[in-house]
Write a protein that binds this ligand. Structure first.
Ligand code: ATP
Ligand code: MG
Length: 359
C-alpha cells in the first residue's frame, strides 16, 4: 500500500465521557484512513486530566505545550470533574491550549442531522444550517480581574473583558470569509453594545469597517438577548454568526439544543495562520452524570473529527465521513439523548461499517 502521508495527531481525552468519545473518534479516524488508503494517522495520547491534576498538581506538564506544536492537529475530549472546581480545570487545561496555540477562532456548525428532530416544531432535518464563529482568545475570557478587596465585609470581585482592535479584526475577517464561502452569503454580528459601552462598541465599529471589504455579504447586527429570541422564532433567517467568546459559547449551546442534542455538536479551535496545530472537540463537557455508562453520544466527536480531516486538507475523506454520519443517523442509529437506545460502541461500529461501505 502506498501511503503518501502520515498525519501526526495528538489526542487529549481528558475527563468523563471525553475519554469514551475520543476512543471512538480515534477508531473512526483509523477506519477512515485505512479505507481512503492514501494517508494514515499516527496518534499520540496525552493523559492530561483532572485525575492527573489531583495526583500531580498540574494539568499540563512543563514543556507540554511546546510538545504539541509538532503535531498536525489535536483531538480533544472534554475537561471538568466534580472533584476540581470548574474554573481550575478550564484554566488548567483548555484555555492555556487555545491561548498558547493561538487558536483565535472557534468554529461551531449547527445542523439538524437526518433522522433527528429539533424541539422547534417548524424545523426539520437539514434546517438550522448555521455556523457560529466564536472569538476564542480574548473578551470575557481574558482572565483579567480578581477578588480585589472587602468593602465593609462585602467581598468585591471583578472580571474585566479585554478587546483589542487586532483581535476583533482577525475574527471579523474570518467570519466574513466564512459567510462569503457559504451559499447564502449572510452574516449576523452579535454584541451587547447598548449596555457594554466600550468593548462592544469597538466590535460594532470594526464590524462596519471590515464590512466595506465584503459588500457581497448580506450582513446585519443583533444584540445578544434579541438574538436568542431570533434563534428560536426565526431560525431560518440566520446563516453565519459571529460573537464574542462568552456570547459565542452561550449561543452555541442554544444552537446545539435547537438542533436536537448537545451531543451532536462539533467545534474547531483554529489558528487560521497555520503556524500552530488546530484543535477539534465536541462542544459538550465531560458529563459526569453519564460517564462510564457507555451511552455518550459520539456524533459530536465524529463531526469534530470530520472537521479535523478537512482542516488538514483531506477534503474528500472528510466529506465521506460526514456522509457516513448522516447515513447512520437517518437509519435511526442513535443514543438516548437523541431518543434512541444504542450505545456509544454500537454507534461507532455502525459508522465504521458505513465508512467501509461508502469506499
Ligand atoms: P462544560 O462546563 O464542560 O461545558 P457542562 O457542565 O456544561 O460541561 P456537559 O458535560 O456538556 O455539561 O453536559 C450537560 C448535559 O448534557 C448533561 O446532562 C449530559 O448528560 C448531557 N450530555 C453532554 N454531552 C453528551 C453526550 N455526548 N451524549 C449524551 N448526553 C450528553
Ligand atoms: Mg457547557
Amino acid at each position: 500500500m502506498n501511503v503518501a502521508k502520515t498525519y501526526q495527531i495528538a489526542t487529549i481525552p481528558g475527563d468523563g465521557i471525553g475519554v469514551e468519545i475520543t476512543n471512538a473518534a480515534a477508531k473512526v479516524l483509523q477506519t477512515l484512513a485505512s479505507n481512503a488508503k492514501h494517508f494514515d494517522f499516527d496518534f499520540s495520547n496525552f493523559d492530561w486530566s483532572s485525575k492527573t491534576y489531583l495526583e500531580r498538581g498540574y494539568y499540563i506538564p512543563p514543556g507540554g505545550l511546546d510538545e504539541l506544536k509538532a503535531f498536525d492537529a489535536i483531538f480533544f475530549g472534554a475537561v471538568g470533574w466534580p472533584d476540581v472546581p470548574d474554573h481550575i480545570s478550564l484554566w488548567g487545561l483548555m484555555l492555556p491550549l487555545r491561548n498558547a496555540l493561538c487558536q483565535y477562532v472557534n468554529v461551531r456548525p449547527t445542523r439538524i442531522l437526518p433522522g433527528t428532530s429539533s424541539p422547534l416544531s417548524a424545523c426539520k432535518s437539514g434546517d438550522l444550517d448555521w455556523v457560529i464563529i466564536r472569538e476564542n482568545s480574548e473578551g470575557e475570557y481574558a482572565g483579567h480581574g480578581g477578588e480585589t478587596h472587602t468593602h465593609f465585609g462585602n467581598a468585591v470581585a471583578t472580571d474585566t473583558s479585554i478587546y483589542t482592535q487586532a483581535g476583533i479584526e482577525r475574527v471579523m475577517h474570518f467570519a466574513f470569509e466564512t459567510a462569503r464561502s457559504r451559499p447564502r452569503k449572510k452574516l449576523t454580528m452579535v454584541t451587547k453594545s447598548n449596555a457594554q459601552r466600550h468593548g462592544m462598541v469597538l466590535w460594532d465599529r470594526i464590524f462596519h469597517q471590515v464590512r466595506k471589504s465584503y459588500m457581497d455579504v448580506d450582513a446585519d447586527t443583533m444584540l445578544v438577548d434579541a438574538m436568542t429570541v431570533r434563534m428560536v422564532l426565526k431560525p431560518k433567517s440566520l446563516d453565519t454568526i459571529v460573537a464574542t467568546n462568552l456570547h459565542g459559547d452561550i449561543l452555541s449551546d442554544l444552537a446545539a439544543a435547537l438542533s436536537g442534542s448537545i451531543g451532536t455538536a462539533p467545534s474547531s479551535n483554529l489558528d487560521p495562520t497555520r503556524n500552530n496545530p488546530s484543535m477539534f472537540e465536541p462542544i459538550h463537557g465531560s458529563a459526569p452524570d453519564i460517564a462510564g455508562k457507555g451511552i455518550a453520544n459520539p456524533i459530536g466527536a465524529f463531526w469534530s473529527a470530520a472537521e479535523l480531516v478537512s482542516w488538514i486538507g483531506e477534503k474528500d475523506a472528510s466529506a465521506k465521513l460526514m456522509k457516513a454520519i448522516e447515513n447512520i443517523t437517518s437509519q435511526g442509529v442513535k443514543t438516548a439523548d437523541l431518543g434512541g437506545t444504542d450505545s456509544t460502541v454500537k454507534v461507532t461500529d455502525a459508522l465504521c461499517a458505513e465508512i467501509k461501505r461508502l469506499y
